[in-house]
Design a protein around this ligand. Structure first.
Ligand code: DON
Length: 566
């Protein structure tokens, strides 16, 4: 038996996989998001004749009501879409306010002020979601704007039933601490110190009024007038620098998606200012060169190679920032010669210490790396095979913690995604460089990677939340699907690993490594930490025969659903 066990560990799927139920399959489109009410809104929009963009925007707006930890009007995000023959990417990432300065999170002695880039409106970038969601719809939507926004208006004005998940997340000690700092916030979310009861109906009148304005006047109705004034006032009262003028000046940007091929599939993901697409492209390039797919599915060889490839991709992330100012370009970092060199450097038997893995040498560096959240994703496919992968965020749970009265939304704390202090790890432990220093109007570097993959008639849209874990986890789900042919739900549920160069550590979910594999990885030089903190991925699948399916990560509280189920 003792001899058989390692063999069984290699041959048999890990326990989490066998427990995965089949994803729902239908013929009229599919939606997966972090909240069942929001998924229902997406499906309702598809049923009403909306296309994938209508449904994605309606779902995102519903999340802004029922999923306040991450759904938002006061944050930003990215969308990658395949609409008809178009492949497009919208950047509605927040920007630094005009009064932001590179040393704004330092005290007069040059020391970092604790939590300054995380708590309170000084941590807030200029929200991109109102203009971004509107722009997505303006260019690609089919239903009238008012029809797309109506379900969110209804949820905010008539109210929605508080889920156990929402109740519990509001009641968590660290969230309570943040939310109770701001009387404006606690009045709505922790009135008398308690979150709304499970099953009670919660109405959000300020948000309903803002959505009414947005429905009638588009993003200008949020970026100017009473709502913008409310944002400026709340920001000023709590030491922020965000102004109504910042809101009025914000513009989303259409960008060319990064496309690459791997394991016989074509993929499209987000370019800068997200590092997500570059990390995916580089890592896949290395894995393909080293024939990762030919290695045994479970065991140290694949895990080692994955960790070594991620270590190298994240080293190059150090060079990235807003594409308007960054020196290293995606083309340089994704060049076949560079990926070949990187992959040749991987020693199949030994982990390379991260201190020996330098970022791409072609870019000017002004400082050496130190030695040593909340986001939500949704995926939609419509009956015509159009696909949207959209990730939106406030950064940390409930952003900076300030719920703006008279506006009815949380402000983000996305400024922490900048290298607020060069070389100091951020909320996700990422060590970042000069390219990502704070400057007025600049977009902070992200790790989000809404992704579309296709081969012939078959396609997937997926992505997730989890800060630096987003690209590493999206990648593994994708490999489960594209290389190993897992069913959709099983691909999401399988335990995952994470490596981000610094800290030099391989994080593993509790069931990700058998004892033998763990021992072998440690023998090769990996420091392993078992960690339940990870990303949550949501995906839809267009099958070759035109049917669709949707699945939501079993680690979260979301739901996948389909129109016209079988
Ligand atoms: O843009 C980024 O990379 C981060 N602000 C994402 C934050 C996130 O995923 C938090 N979720 N747990």
């Amino acid at each position: 038996m003792r001899i058989l066990l390692p063999l069984l560990a290699v041959l048999l799927p890990l326990p989490a996989l066998s427990a995965s139920p089949p994803a729902p399959i239908g013929t009229g489109g599919a939606v997966a998001s972090a909240d069942p009410l929001a998924t229902a809104v997406g499906l309702e929009t598809l049923r009403a004749g909306g296309n994938a963009v209508d449904a994605a925007v309606a779902t995102a707006l519903a999340l802004a009501v029922v999923y306040p930890e991450a759904g938002n009007l006061g944050g930003g995000g990215f969308a990658v879409l395949r609409m008809g023959g178009d492949l497009a990417a919208l950047d509605f990432r927040e920007t630094a306010p005009a009064r932001a300065r590179r040393d704004m999170y330092l005290d007069p002695q040059g020391k970092p002020v604790e939590n300054a880039s995380l708590v309170g409106p000084l941590a807030a970038g200029v929200p991109g979601s109102p203009a971004g969601l509107f722009e997505l719809h303006r260019r690609y939507g089919r239903l009238p704007w008012q029809r797309v926004i109506a379900p969110a208006q209804r949820l905010a004005s008539q109210g929605f039933r508080v889920s156990r998940y929402l109740h519990e997340v509001l009641d968590k000690e660290e969230n309570r601490k943040l939310l109770l700092r701001f009387p404006e916030t606690s009045k709505v979310w922790l009135s008398e110190g308690k979150p709304p009861a499970v099953g009670s109906v919660l109405r959000l009148p300020d948000l309903a009024a803002t959505l009414d304005r947005y429905a009638a006047g588009g993003p200008g109705a949020i970026a100017t007038g009473a709502v913008a004034a409310a944002v400026e006032k709340a920001s000023q009262e709590h030491g922020g620098v965000l102004t109504a003028a910042d809101l009025a000046a914000y513009r989303p940007v259409w960008r060319t998606p990064l496309t690459f091929e791997a394991f016989g599939w074509k993929l499209a993901s987000m370019p800068l200012p997200s590092s997500g697409g570059v990390i995916l492209g580089q890592t896949l390039g290395m894995l393909e060169r080293r024939e990762w797919d030919k290695l045994p599915r479970f065991g140290a060889d694949r895990d080692h190679l994955l960790a070594e490839a991620l270590r190298r991709s994240f080293a190059d992330r150090f060079l990235l920032g807003d594409p308007a100012t960054t020196k290293a370009t995606e083309a340089q970092l994704l060049a076949p010669e560079w990926i070949a060199r990187r992959s040749e450097q991987i020693d199949p038997r030994h982990a390379t210490p991260s201190v020996q893995v330098e970022p791409w040498p072609g870019a000017a560096r002004t400082e050496a790396p130190a030695a040593s959240g909340e986001t939500t994703h949704l995926s939609v496919v419509d009956r015509e095979g159009n696909l949207v992968a959209l990730t939106t965020t406030l950064n940390g749970l409930f952003g900076c913690g300030l719920w703006v009265p008279g506006a009815g939304f949380f402000l983000n704390n996305e400024m922490d995604d900048f290298a607020t202090v060069l070389g100091k790890p951020n909320l996700f432990g990422l060590v970042q460089g000069e390219a990502n220093a704070v400057a007025p109007g600049k977009r902070m570097l992200s790790s989000m990677n809404p992704l579309i993959a296709w081969k012939g008639q078959e396609a997937y849209a997926l992505g997730g939340r989890g800060g630096s874990r987003i690209p590493t986890n999206t990648l593994q789900v994708m490999l489960n699907l594209l290389v190993d042919g897992d069913s959709l739900q099983a691909a999401l549920d399988r335990p995952r690993l994470h490596h981000q160069w610094l800290p030099d550590r391989l994080d593993a979910e509790p069931d990700a490594l058998s004892p033998e594999t763990r021992a072998e990885l440690e023998r090769r030089g990996h420091t392993i930490q078992i960690s339940a903190v990870t990303a949550k991925i949501h995906a839809v699948h267009l099958l070759p025969d035109g049917r669709v399916e949707a699945a939501s990560d079993s680690r979260g509280s979301g739901a996948g659903g389909v129109v016209d189920p079988e």
